[in-house]
Design a protein around this ligand. Structure first.
Ligand code: SAH
Ligand code: SF4
Ligand code: F3S
Length: 498
């Protein structure tokens, strides 16, 4: 475990060891020396800021990067007016990509005020050759660029950058490597993401993720279990198992294992209270998984099941490998097995060739599945993906109109679904003091709904019973029930019918 590593015992007069993670600890020790020296020269501690764009994978990667920076001796800064600024980028839609360029303009101004400042870029966007070309041409003030496959090498790259006056660029096309046991600095003390796999092999025709995250690789179950046990020892009560398609976990391991089997092992970990996971690809969701979820006391009553489109011909063009009917049947089986489960989804509007008829099929699925909530996206053309060169790209005004109609429907249904638990008393994991009103704390139900209720900061990280008094659309106002036993107080369990 990295907690046991004593950096002062690392002999920096020797060459760096070849094997990982020892090699990275050597460079952490070396960077620490260099940063100490710089800090002595400036007469103050040096600060570092990481900004994360994109999904939970990136958020988890940023925790690892922050763990390394902390060990090196940087002080954490929320503001980008820092000595080291790292953007962990996303490129799933064009908007994510544009945001980064916008922010870079701002950083260039800051660097003029603090020429010692180091600016680094990493993450999915950096795996695109055109992006890196553009940065090398037009953003010369950037000091360090690396990608998703060599993120474990951050300490080593930082040392190279500290010792160089030129832009350091290190990008790998792909990797089969998984480096374990590097430090992390968690955002929350009581919950944590845990990668169970990296990359994606699905190649949905609109999606850039397989190109920027590489081929699917699963971590060994024993490494995952060990990490979660350590997290629990450190105060974590909820884990979110992360993968682009958790349902295909373990297929390529030397000793293959299913995701459902992994969940059974995670369930056994004493002291762990809640298990979440994301994302589930509908084509690989097994009957075994539904059974494990139903029997589990720890797996939360929430399933994120991206639909993308309700039209079978569009799904085929998207290379999703399920039909409308198969999806509906799956959702029905899940609801039947676990009537209290929340099902959420992702939907793309305006995929090339989408007709009004196709769109109506999407609305039909939304009405039938009745999502507890849904992320809706306007199709974004990603260079290099098969869909980018498909004919019949849908005009913008048509897409906008469909998007608005979909959003209205999704929100109506979501409000009705939220009402289902009104009047019940349910366990809530308290996450923070409420941002608007410090007399309230904010927590999450097993089904992922947010609840605000009067309470103090000492409740953070605890699972407490809360009476769900008033549904405010997508969240609840509740009351803390200190001595209530398990279960429902009023028993009211009706969905508001239309
Ligand atoms: N692996 C996950 C999703 C990762 S990306 C899965 O398969 O569900 C998150 C979401 O972004 C996707 O579910 C999809 O709805 C959306 N998305 C991906 N590529 C997109 C694109 N080119 N345009 C619009 N939305 C996109
Ligand atoms: Fe993208 Fe599809 Fe892989 Fe999800 S499963 S990351 S949508 S290619
Ligand atoms: Fe974005 Fe990369 Fe995640 S492209 S959505 S940060 S995997």
């Amino acid at each position: 475990m990295y907690n046991d590593i004593d950096l002062t015992k690392i002999d920096l007069t020797q060459n760096a060891p070849a094997e990982e993670p020892q090699r990275q600890y050597y460079f952490i020790a070396k960077a620490r020396e260099l940063i100490r020296e710089r800090s002595r020269q400036t007469g103050r501690p040096l600060t570092a800021c990481i900004k994360t764009f994109g999904c939970q994978m990136n958020a988890r990667d940023s925790e690892k990067l922050r763990g390394i920076l902390e060990m090196i001796g940087y002080e954490h800064s929320e503001s980008e007016e820092a000595d080291f600024v790292l953007y962990n980028t996303c490129t799933v839609r064009e908007n994510a990509n544009l945001k980064v360029y916008g922010h870079l303009g701002y950083l260039s101004g800051l660097k003029k005020k603090n020429p010692q400042m180091i600016i680094a870029l990493c993450g999915c966007m950096m795996q695109e050759a055109e992006v890196v070309d553009k940065i090398q041409k037009s953003y010369r003030f950037v000091d360090l660029v690396f990608g998703t496959h060599n993120i474990f090498k951050f300490a080593e790259l930082l040392v190279t950058s500290l010792e160089s006056s030129r832009m350091v660029v290190d990008l790998w096309k792909d990797t089969d490597k998984i480096v374990e046991d590097l430090p992390t600095d968690r955002t929350y003390s009581f919950k944590s993401g845990v990668n169970i796999m990296f990359g994606c092999n699905n190649f949905c025709s609109y999606c850039i993720v397989p190109y920027v995250r590489g081929r699917e690789r699963s971590r060994k179950p024993e490494d995952i279990i060990r990490e979660i046990k350590d997290l629990v020892k450190d105060g974590v009560v909820e884990v979110m198992l992360l993968g682009q398609n958790v349902n295909s976990y373990g297929k390529n391991l030397e000793e293959p294992i299913t995701f459902a089997q992994l969940l059974r092992q995670v369930e056994q970990i004493e002291g762990l209270e809640r298990i979440r996971f994301m994302t589930s690809h509908p084509k690989d969701l097994s009957e075994e998984l539904i059974k494990v979820m139903r029997q589990s006391k720890k797996i939360c009553r929430h399933l994120h099941l991206p639909l993308q489109s309700g039209s079978t011909p569009i799904l085929k063009k998207m290379n999703r490998r399920y039909t409308k009917e198969q999806y509906l049947d799956l959702a029905a089986r899940i609801r039947e097995a676990m009537p209290d489960i929340a099902i959420t989804t992702d939907i793309i509007v305006g995929f090339p060739g989408e007709t009004e008829e196709d769109f109506q099929e999407t609305l039909d699925v939304v009405r039938r599945v009745r999502y507890d909530s849904a992320f809706t996206f306007i199709y974004s053309r990603r260079t290099g993906t098969p869909a980018a060169v498909m004919e019949n790209q849908v005009p913008e005004d048509v897409v906008k109109d469909r998007f608005n109609r979909l959003l209205a429907l999704v929100q109506d249904i979501s409000k009705e679904m939220s009402l289902k638990v009104q009047g019940q008393t349910l366990p809530v994991l308290v996450e923070s003091v409420n941002e608007q009103d410090s007399a309230l704390v904010t927590g999450r139900l097993s089904n992922n709904l947010l609840v605000h209720f009067p309470g103090g900061r000492e409740l953070i990280g605890k699972i407490v019973n809360v009476y769900l008094k008033e549904c405010k659309g997508f969240y609840y106002i509740g009351e803390y029930v200190p001595d209530a036993g398990e279960g429902s107080r009023s028993g009211s369990d009706e969905a508001s019918a239309r």
